[in-house]
Design a binder for this molecule. Sequence first.
Ligand code: NAD
Length: 319
Amino acid sequence: MSQFDSTQVGFIGLGAMGKHMAQQLVKKLPDTAHVYIYDVANAPVEELAQEHPGKVIPCTSPKHVTQNSRFILSMVPEGSHVRSVYLDEKSGIASTDLGDRVMIDCSTIDLGTSSSVKTHINEHHPAASFYDAPVSGGTLGAAKGTIAFFLGCAESDPHLVSLTALLRLMGQTIIPCGGPTLGLAAKLCNNYLSGLIAIGSSEALNMGIRAGLDPRVLSTVFAAGTAQNTICDRWNPCPGIVVDAPSSNDYQGGFKVQLMKKDFSLAVQLADSVGAKLALGHEGLTTYEAATEDPRCFDRDSRVVFRYLGGDEKWQGKF
Ligand code: NAD
């Protein structure tokens, strides 16, 4: 299948990210196309089907989606859900004849699960293809169609052109990361680093305010100095510095602290499995675990770590 057959696409998992991604697909595919959808929850399936009668077709299982689609995307929370979507003996994707279908899992999960799903598909359906393609950009990016895909495939992969055409309907940047599971490895490395930068930035801002520094001045210093980073520039953990950052809106929206805990934990597991020594992995993980347990922080943007550390959110009164 060298050309992207845009007439039959399947989408499984219509949660915070998946629903927006499926909506982008439906909006951008031609009117002759059909999008076959499934979620264990009925509400998002019915909602999307009612919004686009005739173009969006509700299905009763991942197997049912697969029987109607040439390309199948999945976006579910964790490895156990991916396993069930693909490998359930009765209702899973691989329980039907896959022919030369192409499957793309966009969930952020452990590399081992992704690899075992791929191996199962290769062994039982040799003409079919499975790729990992986790995303970055959050729910706002998914709603705007601007997310980035980290694609677990080589530049020389025969499906790269088709995959890029399909993923471009939902996102702006598609980066082939070299081969199977490397999209996931890239995503976990990215979130590990971004999670640590958020903790370090929160610590430095908290310490500076306590030492008498206006955090606006301190953020300008970071931006001009060697500490310059995107978290401080665009997602500043201290409220009131970046007007449209989640911190300035009581940490609503953004990337939830419990998702950061999950990804950070997967990254620490990855480091362990490949023998990479971490100086800050344990500290980072326990910080996100404790922030997730803290009722002042749960369900809020992960930069709420500033609040967890006791940062002064009412600093305006001081300067
Ligand atoms: P979510 O919990 O909002 O949605 C997941 C959806 O999957 C739900 O609708 C759920 O009913 C469905 N589901 C669960 N098991 C299923 C199954 N067996 N079959 C079919 N549907 C099933 O999660 P989300 O925020 O959309 O995240 C999905 C993935 O994307 C996660 O791995 C997450 O880490 C990653 N991610 C999330 C964000 C974000 O900002 N939310 C950003 C980047 C990546």
